[in-house]
Design a protein around this ligand. Structure first.
Ligand code: GDP
Ligand code: MG
Length: 709
């Protein structure tokens, strides 16, 4: 018995299907009609290397929707007759347009072979196509053919047999739609997979439902399971509408086109340049081989400049309101201890964090603006080559940039990386992409120790330092722990568009709200804990002794200069003794030897410990401790206190910024990391981030000491 293989030829009209069909089956063909329509149906067969191959020439189609009878026939044949191999005939001289159908075939998860037809035309026009790369991007074999010249047909048939026999397999690839769509697809797919009475490829059905496909809707909407699917669809439609002012159907089409644009950029070199659309023209600068990277750096630099300069004014308002408020409260409250709890504990801690709200909001506005315009995707494309050098792919760059906002969504965004090694390495370096919560620390320290005209650039420098170190780490990790190859991805290039103000403001509002809620909950509680920890236990006996000495001096009628000096000194002595003897003081002193080489004293040690719960806490802890040490009654301004403190200077400030940048991310992010990996990996994560931070701070501190003193 000869083995029988059924292949279907699909492709755009005029891609050469019929020519190919004729060359394959010769006169051994019959013509009929597709059921119910007047469209002709060509079938034929041939004998090849011991196989009987039946070939069906499907009507030409651009898409697999249901708008034309041709599309419907082609799609029903593939999904219902289940041919063994689908041969996608592509007009290679019109690759971009033809790939749109190929992508939809990929979504069906059937066996595809791409016949890159009109190859004679491609050669004549001197279009260079990197076939190997195209194969990996499409996840299927790509065979150059010239149907009218009878070229490449044997190779095509050989591959049909090999695919049929599962002899050589190219890893299937898939297009990842934008996050919202992808999440929704996943949920719908899971529901469909649990239904034994629904036939067909679940993920394809899910895509079609989001594309508002009439036929699939008819097929599913009578089933009980529809009650669970419908709300998901509605929610996605709303989400997409809010974020992109369009519906999922359009979004899906856009994502396919973005994928194709990226695939074209990566695999095709035209000798003849025909660029026309606005997107093409902007791209010719933004993803230009030479200009791309400098432009990227300039844009990022502007983002940080914007964050710093624009943030300064509202920050000033908030800072002075906090000062006024704390003076007012201090005067209002009756007892000393209550004053201290509220002013030194809560206001210094929470207020110290709220001051940075404008900066955080501005950073998020800038980042979501860049994302919304489509520039972020370009940035990933531009850095793709650099990422390859460290063993990662440009695709890892999106999670990394997300990390500038917050590590948690960034770690989750690595899910789009299929390769396990790539994924873990990306997650491991995400903490080095400085998150929004670290911003207050930098702004406080830069503001205190550097002139305003340098501020934006130093801030930018800190971020760049993190990125560079992250890339070096990736290279090391990749060559020591994860020696596997990365897989090809397409860098999607969506069309440029102006994001709506409404969307950007909504994003900013959400972020501001999140930040304030954090300030009102975790940071409030932590500030109280730190207040208690740095006030107790107390040595009441010795405090009382000193206090009575103070009142003795006070009792004399007029104070001499010398006497008031003495009072000040004694007051400071009480405060210094108190914080030093407290829990916080002891814990801080305990770790002091370990951090002394970095220029940190116990107060910084304390705030770094607190910072593990959330990086904003570094600032609020410093606020509480400094406020307690400060003799009572002065208005509170942390930047000034730090500036005039003997335990601080430029070198120490830089060292602290580097440490905060690199050491273990907050508990929440670490918990997510654990969820996505394992305990063992999380242990490694903690040890490696802290030791990197220590080493880097040590080096920076010593170099800065040489430079600044
Ligand atoms: P169909 O619509 O996909 O069935 O495409 P046809 O087979 O009818 O071909 C459309 C046109 O392209 C015809 O004029 C063919 O002669 C031409 N054609 C098909 N294959 C090739 C090829 O490999 N090279 C060149 N140069 N022309 C081709
Ligand atoms: Mg035809």
């Amino acid at each position: 018995m000869k083995k029988k293989i059924v292949i279907a030829l699909v492709g755009n009209p005029n891609s050469g299907k019929t020519s190919l069909f004729n060359e394959l089956v010769g006169s051994n063909q019959k013509v009929g009609n597709w059921a119910g329509v007047t469209i002709e149906k060509y079938e034929g067969s041939l004998e090849y290397k011991g196989y009987t191959i039946k070939v069906v020439d499907l009507p030409g189609t651009y898409s697999l929707t249901t708008y034309t009878p041709e599309e419907l026939i082609a799609r029903n044949y593939i999904t219902e007759a289940n041919p063994d191999v689908v041969v996608d005939v592509i007009d290679g001289s019109n690759l971009e347009r033809n790939l749109y159908l190929t992508l939809q075939l990929m979504e069906l998860e059937t066996n595809i072979i791409v016949a890159l037809n009109m190859y004679d035309e491609i050669e004549k026009q001197n279009i260079q196509i990197n076939i190997k790369q195209l194969q990996q991007i499409l996840g299927s074999h790509v065979i150059p053919t010239s149907a009218t010249k009878n070229k490449g047909l044997h190779s095509l048939l050989d591959h049909v047999i090999r695919v049929y026999e599962a002899d050589i397999v190219i890893a299937k690839n898939k297009l990842y739609f934008r996050e919202e769509i992808e999440e929704s697809l996943q949920k719908i797919k899971e529901i469909i997979l649990k239904q034994p009475n629904i036939e067909g490829c679940a993920s394809w059905l899910a895509i079609k439902l989001l594309e508002n496909d009439e036929m699939i809707y008819q097929k599913l909407n009578k089933l009980p399971v529809w009650l669970r699917i419908e709300p998901l669809l509605k929610a996605t439609i709303q989400e997409i509408e809010l974020k992109y002012q369009t519906d999922p159907e359009v979004a899906i089409t856009e994502d396919r086109n973005a994928f194709i644009r990226g695939a074209m950029e990566e695999t095709v070199k035209f000798n003849r340049v025909i660029k026309k659309s606005l997107t093409d023209r902007i791209d010719s600068i933004l993803i230009n081989r030479i200009l791309g990277l400098p432009v990227f750096f300039i844009i990022m630099w502007l983002v940080f400049q914007f964050t710093f300069v624009m943030g300064k004014i509202p920050m000033h308002w908030i800072a002075s309101s906090v000062t006024v408020f704390s003076t007012w409260i201090r005067a209002l409250l009756p007892s000393e201890i209550l004053k201290s709890i509220i002013v030194d504990g809560i206001i210094a801690g929470v207020g110290g964090v709220i001051i940075f709200l404008p900066n955080i909001v501005l950073l998020f506005i800038a980042l979501s603006f860049l994302e919304g315009t489509g520039y972020m995707a370009r940035a990933a494309f531009v850095v793709d080559k650099i990422m390859h050098k460290v063993g990662l792919h440009g695709k890892s760059f999106i999670p990394l940039i997300t990390g500038f906002g917050c590590s948690i969504p960034a770690i989750m965004a690595t899910r789009t990386l299929k390769n396990r090694g790539d994924r873990v390495v990306t997650m491991l370096i995400i903490p080095f992409m400085s998150c929004g919560a670290k911003l207050p620390v930098y702004i406080l320290l830069i503001g205190a120790f550097f002139p305003p005209e340098m501020a934006g650039s130093i801030l930018f420098g800190v971020y760049v330092f993190g990125v560079v170190l992250g890339l070096i780490m990736a290279k090391i990790l990749k060559s020591v722990m994860f020696k596997n190859q990365s897989e090809p991805f397409v860098m999607e290039l969506p069309p440029y568009r102006m994001p709506t103000l409404r969307y950007i403001l909504l994003q900013a509002k959400a972020k501001a709200y999140m930040y304030l809620r954090k300030a009102g909950s975790i940071i409030l509680i932590a500030s109280l804990i730190i207040w208690v920890a740095s006030n107790y236990p107390r040595d009441y006996k010795s405090e009382n002794l000193i206090n009575s000495e103070i009142s003795k001096i006070h009792s004399s009628q007029t104070l001499t200069e010398e006497e008031s000096e003495k009072i000040k000194w004694l007051e400071n002595k009480v405060l210094a003794q108190r914080t030093k003897e407290s829990f916080a003081g002891r814990l801080g002193s305990m770790i002091e030897p370990a951090i002394k080489p970095l220029g940190f004293d116990w107060r910084i040690g304390m705030s770094l410990i607190a910072g593990v719960a959330g990086k904003e806490l570094v600032v609020s802890t410093l606020g509480t401790i400094f406020s307690l040490e400060e003799p009572k009654g002065k208005p509170f301004n942390l930047a000034n206190l730090i500036k005039n403190d003997k335990g601080f200077n430029r070198a120490k400030a830089l060292s602290l910024m580097v440490f905060v940048l690199l050491y273990i991310p907050c508990l929440a992010a670490t918990a997510i990391f654990k969820k996505e990996t394992s305990w063992k990996m999380t242990g490694f994560f903690a040890v490696y981030t802290v030791s990197t931070a220590w080493l880097a701070s040590f080096i920076v501190y010593n170099i800065a000491n040489l430079l600044f003193t």
